[in-house]
Design a protein around this ligand. Structure first.
Ligand SMILES: [Zn+2]
Length: 333
């Protein structure tokens, strides 16, 4: 539907080509890598992963051990090395991007950032333009007209709305995964070079983060007709045809080949994914329905979860005890 509209729409006054952002909002460990990989099978779509990790820490200070899904370290992957070269050719782009992230994207700065957004503050505008510039470099390198980003932060997603994207649009997919599974995986070992501060992994803080991020996603991103779709990861796993057809209708992109592959448990190719779940290291992704079972929690953790976040879990369609009996503890894909 909308793709056809897009092709005939005139370029923006800036003369830049339109780039659409599909922003996956919610929390980490929600299946964003799986969804992004599925979406990247659509024509003209590139899944860029967690773009907030650029330039820090992926380009600067750089992580020699970070691998791209293509099998090369990110530092020498032809795609990301090309993105980096293009970005470094723009004076000040990467340092300014980093400064803006620290200044406007940190959660403790959220009230001030929101205030500045409503006032169309020039400094916010400038940061959003820098974000667009980087996004455009990625899109140009990938030959894409749609970039999928799974940075999850509602605040960052809103910043894209401050730019014109050459006439492109920002659309949000609010990806929700059972809070018990989020809780269970956050209790497990931390990985990566920047796993966050230890207080984030205290049980009440884990549940509070799940609640806060999803509440923020609903509060900030669900406004605007045709720009918000809520999707449960468990539905993608258990009812792929139904749920992915809803995504197809929402984005106006054909995903029928990916839907078939998900249904038949066949691998889906990953194209230069370097900032997402470690599942990327396999180079392709096979969707495993068994991940839909919620993580088994101890009685104390279960009581903590339902007392703190039960209202939201119920509103999102989760029920106590559902499928617990068949839970198979497996790492997230
Ligand atoms: Zn690569």
């Amino acid at each position: 539907m909308s793709m056809a509209g897009r092709e005939v729409s005139p370029p923006a006054a800036s003369g830049k080509r339109p780039i659409d952002v599909v922003y996956i909002v919610g929390t980490h460990r929600s299946g964003g890598t799986t969804l992004g990989t599925i979406l990247s099978s659509g024509a003209g779509v590139f899944y860029a992963g967690e773009l907030y990790r650029f330039p820090f820490p992926i380009f600067d200070p750089g992580d020699p051990g970070r691998m791209c899904s293509c099998g090369a370290p990110v530092a020498v992957c032809p795609f990301w090395a090309g993105v980096r070269a293009d970005a470094e050719a723009r004076p000040g782009l990467l340092p300014e991007l980093r400064r803006g992230q620290k200044r406007f994207e940190a959660w403790r700065r959220a009230p001030l950032t929101l205030l500045r957004m409503t006032r169309k503050d020039p400094a916010i505008q400038r940061h959003a333009e820098r974000m667009e510039e980087f996004l455009r470099i990625v899109a140009d390198r990938a030959g894409a007209s749609v970039v999928v980003e799974s940075s999850y932060s509602a605040l960052r997603g809103m910043l894209y709305r401050q730019t014109d994207l050459g006439g492109g649009r920002v659309r949000f997919i609010h990806l929700v995964r059972d809070g018990r599974s989020f809780f269970g995986s956050e209790l497990g070992p931390a990985y990566g070079t920047h796993p966050g501060s230890p207080w984030q992994r205290v049980p009440p803080a884990i549940v509070a983060r799940w609640t806060a991020f999803h509440t923020a996603a609903i509060a900030f991103c669900s406004r605007g007709k045709g720009t918000y779709l809520r999707l449960r990861f468990e539905d993608v796993l258990l009812r792929p045809k139904e749920s992915l057809r809803a995504v197809q209708a929402f984005l106006g992109v054909d995903f029928s080949e990916a839907i078939r592959r998900v249904e038949e448990h066949q691998p889906i190719a990953m194209n230069h994914i370097c900032s997402a779940n470690r599942a990327r290291l396999a180079g392709s992704l096979t969707v495993r329905p068994e991940l839909a079972a919620p993580s088994p929690l101890s009685r104390a953790h279960s009581a903590l979860f339902w007392s703190m976040a039960g209202w939201l879990a119920l509103a999102l369609g989760y029920r106590p005890g559902s499928r617990q009996k068949t839970a198979v503890p497996v790492p997230p894909a």
